[in-house]
Design a protein around this ligand. Structure first.
Ligand code: THU
Length: 138
């Protein structure tokens, strides 16, 4: 069943992402990111960025949340809240991963105080996304 993205749900998601951000492991960049992902069934999965001394091995908060959910069987998502200190925007790699599972998903971008800086569909954040449809025969 589809979950309607009410104002209450939006602020709950933002709050969960703020909580998740406290778990960020970012000793190198010191840029802490938290994410909270709402599934179509109404569950919330959270994530934080996890860095590594071998820098490219690091993983963004958004992808941690999405991979946690997908690896537990979830496939359909309503919304993703992303929290950074300055309301920064999701990276291109995360936009691509979002597009795989929800081109119509709402993305809420907020700062550490929970102020909503931007709200957009994945299709707006990544126009013309390469997706499963482009693989044709697969
Ligand atoms: N980061 C995220 O977690 N999400 C993004 O969308 C952008 C960047 C993380 C990766 C790295 O740990 C730190 O922020 C600085 O780039």
């Amino acid at each position: 069943m589809k979950t309607k993205l009410t104002i209450e749900l939006k602020s709950m998601l933002i709050q969960r992402a703020i909580e998740a951000r406290k778990m960020a492991y970012a000793p190198y960049s010191k840029y802490l990111v938290g994410a909270a992902l709402l599934t179509r069934s109404g569950k919330i999965y959270s994530g934080a960025n996890v860095e590594n001394a071998a820098y490219p091995m690091s993983l963004c908060a958004e992808r941690v949340a999405i991979f946690k959910a997908v690896s537990e069987g979830e496939r359909e998502f309503e919304a993703l809240a992303v929290i950074t200190g300055n309301g920064g925007s999701p990276c291109g790699a995360c936009r691509q991963v979002m597009a795989e599972f929800g081109i119509d998903m709402d993305v809420l971008i907020a700062d550490a105080e929970g102020n909503l800086r931007q709200e957009a569909k994945v299709s707006e954040l990544l126009p013309g996304a390469f997706g499963p449809k482009d693989l044709g025969g697969y």
